[in-house]
Structures are given as structure tokens and as C-alpha cells.
Write a protein that binds this ligand. Structure first.
Ligand SMILES: Cc1cc2nc3c(=O)[nH]c(=O)nc-3n(C[C@H](O)[C@H](O)[C@H](O)COP(=O)(O)O)c2cc1C
Length: 183
């Protein structure tokens, strides 16, 4: 697994305005995203899930995606342990799922997935949430430092999608719905 060199300190510091977290959040919140649940099956732990909108397709050939995870999130350790992860792309009907996997007070361990319909990914064992728009199973192929997050690059092992077109979105710090008729 590759590990990127550190960013030179001068570049990492950024513009003073960008260090105002409130303003930075406001500005970045203008970038609308879909919403996923990233899941992992840490080698010595129960499956774990976390709501994530910092998900990005990276490359078609080879097929690569990335997800950014806070270094202090339980998910961070779960992905490093299992060296794999799965991504479930949520539909408009799954806002409660997004809220559940973002809630720090949800149960962890064996009971975390009790209230969720899911199936284990065939390649990774990581949970794939049922009823999603699309899903991917990934092998962890690189970890890059990204400040208070790590950037996990995943090599796509398997994937699937439904015919649904109703995407749950995140914009301006809130959930939104995209209902699209076209396929
Ligand atoms: C819409 C939304 C998107 C989020 N996206 C991310 C993300 O991409 N990366 C991340 O580390 N945390 C993200 N979070 C925060 C985590 O979901 C939240 O801190 C979670 O409780 C962490 O779980 P864990 O520590 O049990 O792994 C997001 C939260 C919300 C509500």
C-alpha cells in the first residue's frame, strides 16, 4: 500500500481566511454532494458504518474511488484494520439512515447494524446497505494524509446499482432531494 509524502508545512498552512472554520464550512457547503454510508469490516471488530459525503470517483482505468475520513472517527481504524471498505450511495428515502450513521450516540459493536437492512459484500464482508442507489466494494490501495482527515484510495472490486433515480443530497449544511425521471 502506497503512502504519500507529507505536504510541505508552508503549503499545509493555507490562507488565514481558510483557518476560520465557520467561514470555511459555509464556503465548502456550497458544493453539493451525494451522501454515502462507508462501511468496513475491521479484522478484530464488528462491521462499522459511517455517513460520508467526502466520497469522490477518481479513475475509470484502473477503477479507483476515494473517501476522506476524520482521523478521530472509529471508521478510520476500521478501514486500516480491514484494508477494505464498501460505499453505499443513499436514496431520498434513506435520510434516516444518513442521520443514524452520523450520530455519535448510535450503538457500536454487534448492535450497530441491528436497525439496518444490509448484506455482507462478497469480497470484503463490509456491509452493503439494502435499497441504495448504488454500491461499490473496494480494496484499500493507498492512504494519503489530508490534515485532520485521511484520504483512503480504494481499488474497486465489485459494484452494482438500482434503477432508482432519487438521490439524497447534502448542500448548505442540510439534506436535500433530487428526483430525476430520466435513466
Ligand atoms: C451529511 C454528512 C456527511 C459526513 N461526511 C463525512 C465524511 O465524509 N468524512 C468523515 O470523516 N465524517 C463525515 N461525517 C461525520 C461522521 O458521519 C460522524 O462524525 C460519525 O459519527 C463518525 O462515526 P464513527 O466515529 O463512529 O466512525 C458526515 C456527517 C454528515 C451528517
Amino acid at each position: 500500500m502506497a503512502r504519500a509524502d507529507r505536504v510541505p508545512p508552508a503549503l499545509a498552512e493555507g490562507h488565514p481566511t481558510a483557518r476560520d472554520h465557520g467561514q470555511l464550512r459555509d464556503v465548502l457547503g456550497m458544493f453539493a454532494t451525494g451522501i454515502t454510508v462507508v462501511t468496513a469490516n475491521g479484522s478484530d471488530a464488528a462491521p462499522h458504518g459511517m455517513t460520508a459525503n467526502l466520497f469522490t470517483p477518481v479513475s475509470l482505468d484502473p477503477p479507483l474511488v476515494l473517501v476522506c475520513v476524520r482521523r478521530d472517527a472509529a471508521m478510520h481504524q476500521a478501514i486500516l484494520q480491514g484494508e477494505s471498505f464498501a460505499i453505499s450511495v443513499l436514496s431520498t428515502a434513506q435520510e434516516p439512515v444518513a442521520r443514524y450513521f452520523a450520530d455519535r450516540n448510535r450503538p457500536h459493536g454487534d448492535r450497530e447494524f441491528d436497525v439496518i437492512d444490509w448484506t455482507p459484500g462478497q469480497h470484503t464482508g463490509a456491509p452493503i446497505v439494502s435499497g441504495t442507489l448504488a454500491w461499490l466494494e473496494c480494496r484499500l490501495s493507498a492512504v494519503y494524509e489530508g490534515g485532520d482527515h485521511s484520504i483512503f484510495l480504494g481499488s474497486v472490486l465489485d459494484l452494482g446499482r438500482s434503477s432508482k433515480r432519487n438521490a439524497l443530497l447534502y448542500f448548505g449544511g442540510d439534506f436535500h432531494r433530487l428526483e430525476s425521471e430520466q435513466l
